[in-house]
Write a protein of this length. Structure first.
Length: 147
């Protein structure tokens, strides 16, 4: 099988420190076997929809979860979310917003657009690690995907 087809998690995060912490937390729980990271919204959309550098692969609708930051360069997280949830091929992919934004308008707007969960990144290292581990355990092991 092509390794690009095995990806279970798409992590969309522009902050290298937060990206590394998220990957470390998932690895600690042995949940990091198949992760693709995108540093901006444009790269995430190219990966999901098989465009640009990912033109050789089909639309990725087999992801188990997208972990999405909102404040991203090039294309922000809201636009990524709109694209994913408005396309019949990808709308069933669970999207978890993992962001530093506590703004009510962000929370309201992302739920209106169809996110599955909204998590504000804890500032404390241990709490951040636990939150990410819990996200991974739930979405990869416990959650039953709608056919």
């Amino acid at each position: 099988m092509n390794p690009l087809n095995e990806v279970e998690i798409l992590l969309v995060e522009d902050n290298p420190h937060d990206q590394e912490l998220t990957l470390r937390a998932l690895k600690k729980q042995h949940l990091a076997n198949h992760i693709y990271t995108a540093a901006d919204g444009a790269e995430a959309l190219d990966y999901i929809f098989g465009k640009g550098a990912h033109a050789e692969k089909p639309v990725n609708n087999s992801l188990k979860v997208i972990l999405l930051d909102l404040k991203l360069p090039k294309v922000d997280g809201i636009e990524v979310l709109k694209a994913v949830k408005s396309d019949e091929r990808t709308r069933k992919i669970p999207v978890v917003v993992l962001t530093s934004s506590k703004e009510e308008r962000d929370i309201v707007e992302t739920y209106r657009l169809g996110i599955n969960s909204y998590i504000v990144k804890p500032v404390d290292f241990e709490k951040f690690m636990k939150a990410v581990a819990d996200i991974g355990l739930y979405w990869l092991l416990l959650n039953q995907v709608r056919p």
